[in-house]
Design a protein around this ligand. Structure first.
Ligand code: OOG
Ligand code: MG
Length: 259
């Protein structure tokens, strides 16, 4: 099989897993997959969505915090993309019967007003290109059995993206985001907390990481994109009736319910 046929086949198997809600074995268990090929699978997976009428509206970082790396047992960061179909509003209810085994995690989201291009983008360039930041809940739903995967598997699976909600407050990034405290509540009880610095020392550094990684494939972060900078804490499994709220100091809060 040529590499092109192989990446197409792997993308189709991930796409089917999401659509049928039937998780598959990690690709790395049965295939030799390097990082470049894994991003090619991700690209084809996104092309399948776009061919069905979906649209890329931004990017997302994965495994940018120690809490996330420990929770998933994967040591390297990665990026993926978010699409229009994934967007939810704060306070909305996620229908669990459309997902496999979703988890949610609090993040700082950036809304860009100008492109950010690598390979030498810095956190301050990201901040200069940012119109607003807001609190976000990222819904991840690995297409792999047992939510178990290696770095290349999660890349191919578009960083486990399933949905995301942005808080209603959009604020200027004119603050020290490294010091912004985040409190995570499950059904009104505080279960975890972190500061912005949990993500690569500064959430804007994570966004710069994506811009720099994209440069190697001739792409960049675009104006008007939303970029999720990566989970600040370990993720929380979504269960029917559960409400998860993230509040980030100086920014705002965001809530998702599950049914
Ligand atoms: C893969 C990475 C996902 C993050 O913020 O770390 C991610 C995963 O944990 O399933 O969105
Ligand atoms: Mg995330």
């Amino acid at each position: 099989m040529t590499t092109v046929e192989k990446t197409r086949e792997l993308a189709l198997s991930l796409d089917a897993a999401a659509r049928d809600r039937l998780p598959i074995a990690a690709l790395s268990a049965g295939h030799e997959l390097d990082v470049v090929t894994a991003y090619q699978v991700q690209r084809e997976l996104l092309e399948l969505r776009v061919a069905r009428g979906d649209r890329i509206i931004g990017g997302k970082l994965g495994l940018t915090s120690k809490a996330k790396r420990i929770a998933m047992g994967v040591n390297d960061p990665l990026y993926g993309f978010v699409t229009a179909d994934m967007a939810r509003t704060s306070g909305s209810t996620l229908a669990l019967d459309t997902l496999i085994h979703p988890r949610v995690e609090p993040e700082v989201a950036f809304i860009l007003k100008a492109p950010v291009e690598g390979p030498d983008a810095t956190a301050s360039q990201v901040l200069a290109a940012t119109a607003y930041v807001c609190a976000a809940l990222d819904v991840i739903d690995s297409r792999y059995e047992g939510f178990a995967f290696k770095h290349v598997d999660a890349i191919a699976d578009n960083a486990s993206s399933a949905a995301f909600a942005l808080g209603d407050d959009l604020v200027s990034p004119d603050m020290d985001l490294a010091l912004a405290g985040c409190v995570l509540e499950v059904d009104g009880v505080v279960t975890d907390s972190a500061a912005g610095a949990a993500v690569m020392g500064h959430p804007a550094a994570a966004v710069a990481f994506m811009a720099n990684a994209l440069a190697s494939v001739g792409r960049r972060l675009e104006a008007n994109w939303v970029v999720l900078s990566g989970g600040l804490t370990a993720p929380i499994p979504m269960k029917p009736g559960r409400t998860v709220t993230a509040t980030i100091a100086g920014i705002g809060s965001v809530t998702l319910n599950a049914s």
